[in-house]
Design a protein. Structure first.
Length: 317
């Protein structure tokens, strides 16, 4: 009886892995297994996925291990029946001679009807980076020093005018400071609004800018994520502005107010990172969902004592 149960469990696990493998298949290749220091390396990744996959994008930054990422270009997806095919061309270079491999490229993808992102990665590709060869027996020539022409009055004239202008600006700034010191009013203490009120005000202001409606999609995602990062710093005391999205999510797991919205928070940062770093073409629905998730995260984290004040502010508007 126990052995039969073990066989059923293994079969279920194998079936789950098989289904996951059928969702997204990655095929990576390079134009040559050897390159010299500083030469371009063309990495091509072909993504084959099922029709249930809505979007696929590489999770790339400025570098991939010891290789610098120069350019990332994705071709339009080709849909054939129940399958989808897309090709990504990634241009790399390396300034270190080494015998190693191009690290795995991680792709993030989403399934239709699911908010939780999934990931797949390419296998490492062996490559040899050779140093630049030079001929030690070649001719060595002296470098000729630059010629220095004689100075004339016209050469000094621009410097003299520049010194006079700077002196005039410095004198004007000095007298301006003295005048401001005499008429400056005493500073008044202005109480700072709570973090959730600042975040809600900033989100409303961002909506009024209508950035993504004007085609400024990257600016829109940069501003909305910065508002949430500042809110997390003020509300929970974490250094969110200096953390990556994964580090923020790990910190927020221990915050009780954030647990009911952790999945939405994960998708919020994933979509923003795909747009900002992987050139993901988000849909209008994703733009609107990003703002809805931001509002939900702020309002769900408001202390109970502060809720009437926040509601009163919203009703007053």
């Amino acid at each position: 009886m126990v052995r039969r149960f073990e066989m059923v469990l293994v079969a279920v696990l194998f079936l789950g892995l098989h289904v996951r493998a059928q969702e997204v298949q990655l095929h990576a290749s390079i134009d040559s297994s050897t390159a010299r220091v500083g030469e371009w390396i063309h990495l091509r990744v072909t993504v084959e996925s099922s029709s249930s996959v809505t979007s696929v994008s590489p999770m790339l930054k400025d570098s991939l291990g010891a290789f610098e990422v120069l350019q990332v270009h994705g071709s339009p997806a080709e849909i054939d029946g129940q399958s989808r095919r897309q090709t990504w061309d990634i241009r790399l270079t390396s300034f270190e001679a080494t015998e190693g491999a191009i690290p795995s490229v991680v792709f993030g993808y989403a399934l239709e009807g699911e908010s939780t992102p999934r990931y797949a990665s390419t296998p490492p590709i062996p490559i040899s980076i050779k140093p630049v060869e030079f001929d030690p027996q070649g001719d060595i020539k002296d470098v000729k020093p630059p010629l220095t022409p004689p100075w004339a009055f016209e050469d000094f004239l621009p410097y003299g005018i520049l010194i006079l202008v700077l002196a005039a600006l410095g004198a004007g700034y000095y007298y301006y400071r003295r005048w401001r010191k005499q008429v400056k009013e005493p500073e008044r203490f202005v109480p700072q609004a709570p973090p959730h009120e600042q975040a809600l005000f900033a989100l409303r202001s961002l909506e009024q800018k209508r950035l993504w409606q004007q085609g400024k999609v990257k600016e829109y995602y940069s501003e909305v994520t910065e508002i949430i990062r500042k809110f997390f710093e003020g509300q929970f005391g974490i250094i969110a502005l200096e953390m990556t999205s994964d580090e923020i999510l790990q910190q927020m797991k221990s915050v009780p107010e954030a647990r009911p919205h952790w999945k939405e928070m994960n998708t919020f940062f994933l979509v923003a990172d795909l747009v900002k770093f992987a050139k993901h073409q988000a849909t209008p629905a994703e733009h609107e969902n990003e703002m809805k998730w931001a509002y939900a995260m702020v309002r769900s984290s408001v202390p109970k004592a502060a809720e009437p004040r926040e509601e009163a502010t919203v009703n007053a508007r």
